[in-house]
Design a protein. Structure first.
Length: 235
């Protein structure tokens, strides 16, 4: 969806600005009023993707709707006064019905180190799947699974640091979903892995500082992210 969506949006914007320059329409006024509709369309498109997180796409749609109502004058006061109560309700529903268990095994033994200055000495996990949801707190996890199958990392007003440098991928290719809202996610991977990233930043960012790997047989970690006023970093 990513490149097609943004390609169509850019084409429409270009056509609109051309028509504005030709005095055919007041496109500048239109875009200043209806730009939140792009956020709504982005969220709706994500709902139809198989590997996308439906909960976070609903959050994106909610943000777009509140902004659009505010821009069109249907909400005369600050639209985001409604945002946090609705977010808390959605988060609660997500935790109860959709979030899997997150198992962390604590150990006092030193973890595997591949040259990084930082070492994880506890929070060692051997789970093959990760499913961490963090809110208003932080988590450091050193996953040493020898058949790592991916999973999901989500944080709201918090932080997650996942160390995979001692892990091995299941069948040489896995997917990992990372969603950061007003928070941050940092993922450490072995140097011989190839990391492929796709996703959407909304007033947020993504940093992938892993070295390019052209080996066709290299293990592949595919990361899909959503960063809303937050960040995702892979190194």
């Amino acid at each position: 969806m990513g490149r097609y969506f943004w390609g169509i949006i850019l084409i429409l914007l270009g056509v609109g600005f051309l028509m504005d320059q030709a005095n055919m329409i007041e496109f500048t006024e239109i875009i200043s009023t209806y730009w939140p509709s792009i956020i709504i369309i982005l969220g709706i498109s994500g709902l139809f993707e198989k590997r996308s997180n439906k909960f976070w796409n609903l959050i994106v749609i909610l943000v777009g709707i509140l902004l659009q109502l505010n821009r069109t004058g249907y909400l005369e006061y600050n639209a985001f006064r409604l945002f946090w109560p609705i977010i808390l309700i959605l988060v609660g529903i997500n935790i109860i019905f959709f979030s899997g268990k997150s198992t962390v095994i604590y150990s006092e033994s030193s973890s595997h180190n591949t040259g990084s200055k930082k070492k994880f000495t506890n929070n060692v996990s051997f789970e093959d799947n990760v499913n961490h949801f963090i809110m208003l707190s932080g988590l450091e996890s050193n996953n040493q699974s020898q058949e790592f199958k991916g999973g999901k990392l989500s944080t709201i007003l918090g932080g997650i640091e996942l160390d995979l440098r001692a892990a091995k991928l299941y069948e040489n290719e896995v997917y990992l979903e990372a969603n950061a809202f007003l928070g941050g996610i940092e993922i450490h991977v072995p140097s011989h892995w190839r990391v492929e990233v796709s996703g959407t930043p909304i007033l947020g960012g993504m940093s992938n500082s892993t070295k390019p790997n052209s080996d066709p047989d290299a293990p592949v970690l595919r990361v899909r992210y959503l960063a809303i006023l937050g960040g995702v970093e892979i190194n």
